[in-house]
Design a protein around this ligand. Structure first.
Ligand code: PEP
Ligand code: MG
Length: 320
């Protein structure tokens, strides 16, 4: 079965009831992007650009960045590539951008909230992204969006930089949905964004108020908790109503059970670790999506993540 999954990895994932889903890859550098293509990924759903900026004494130049972004886009041939703008703050620090220590970094100035503090860095990154050839396949994604104001601020900068450089073909600009406020107001975001991608790692942490690094809470901090699933369902429904593409780029997309719930909630894409692409595609091909979707409303009424995990596990065991 494993062999067959590998052989089919490059083919589209179509469920038993004939729904196509994109299965993309989360990557942290260009080598991984190349590997993702070989492993059959339908695109890159998340390139975490932090690797270019961390563990060094000064920011990468525009040209260095452009080369890396171009290489990622080239590695994917004709497929879409989502590059996330710099997501630092919280636990990720840069020596050349000192931020004052704060009591609650996860609730502090991180991701796009740094727009004023790291404006020059962000502008340089946006310039490098605008310089990529094949902008129709490049998508820029903004981390830690709370509301439309965050997205508008980045769009304004992107537009101003494009005007300055005389560029009229802009890449798509999308928002990560990883703050509960963004999920609750997803209709407004879906209206303004070119696409949405759900970051289940942070969304779970913030919805349940459970630190994602806290080992003693790991058993309860489950993306399958009905509270988290309801936020995801709201996001997908809002996106559908506005015909806005919505993917998932958090770890849940490759989770042994959660991928199925996310697919049944109606996302367009699951972005997973490159090594998981073939298996997730093979699993999707065996799934009757509509039958699973019928079970979901009942599971959203269960007590906790463990209960949903049990119900979903049993359903998959009996129906696949
Ligand atoms: C997430 O929060 O789910 C996510 C994909 O981003 P990161 O894990 O880099 O915070
Ligand atoms: Mg995140």
């Amino acid at each position: 079965a494993r062999r067959e999954a590998q052989a089919m990895a490059g083919e589209a994932a179509v469920t038993r009831d004939v729904v196509s889903l994109e299965v993309a890859a989360n990557v942290a550098d260009t080598t991984e992007a190349e590997r993702a293509r070989e492993l059959g990924a339908d695109g890159i759903g998340l390139l975490r650009s932090e690797f270019l900026f961390m563990a060094r004494d000064s920011a990468p130049s525009l040209e260095e960045q452009r080369e890396v972004y171009q290489a990622a886009v080239d590695a994917m041939a004709d497929r879409p590539v989502i590059i996330r703008t710099l997501d630092i703050g919280a636990d990720k620090a840069l020596s050349y951008l000192p931020l004052a220590p704060v009591a609650n970094p996860a609730l502090g100035v991180r991701g796009v909230r740094l727009i004023d503090a790291y404006g020059a860095l962000l502008d340089e990154q946006l310039r490098a992204l605008l310089a990529v050839e094949a902008p129709e396949r490049l998508r820029i994604m903004v981390p830690m969006v709370t509301d439309v104001t965050d997205l508008q601020a980045v769009r304004q900068r992107l537009q101003a930089l494009a005007d300055e450089a005389g560029i009229n073909r802009l890449p798509q600009l999308g928002a990560m949905i990883e703050v509960p406020a963004a999920a609750l107001c997803a209709d407004a975001l879906a209206e303004q964004a070119d696409f949405l991608s759900i970051g289940t790692n942070d969304l779970t942490q913030y919805a349940l108020a459970m630190d994602r690094e806290e080992a003693s809470l790991a058993g309860r901090a489950d993306v399958l908790h009905p509270a988290v699933l309801r936020l995801i369902a709201m996001t997908v429904e809002a996106a559908r109503r506005r015909r806005c593409w919505v993917g998932v780029c958090g770890a849940a997309a490759g989770d042994p059970l959660a991928w199925a719930a996310l697919a049944a909630l109606g996302v367009d894409e699951l972005s997973v670790e490159p090594m998981r692409v073939a298996d997730i595609k093979a699993a999707l091909r065996k799934l009757d999506l509509a039958a699973l979707a019928k079970e979901l409303p009942g599971w959203l009424m269960l007590d906790d993540g463990a209960a949903v995990r049990r119900a979903l596990g049993e359903w998959l065991a009996n129906n696949n």
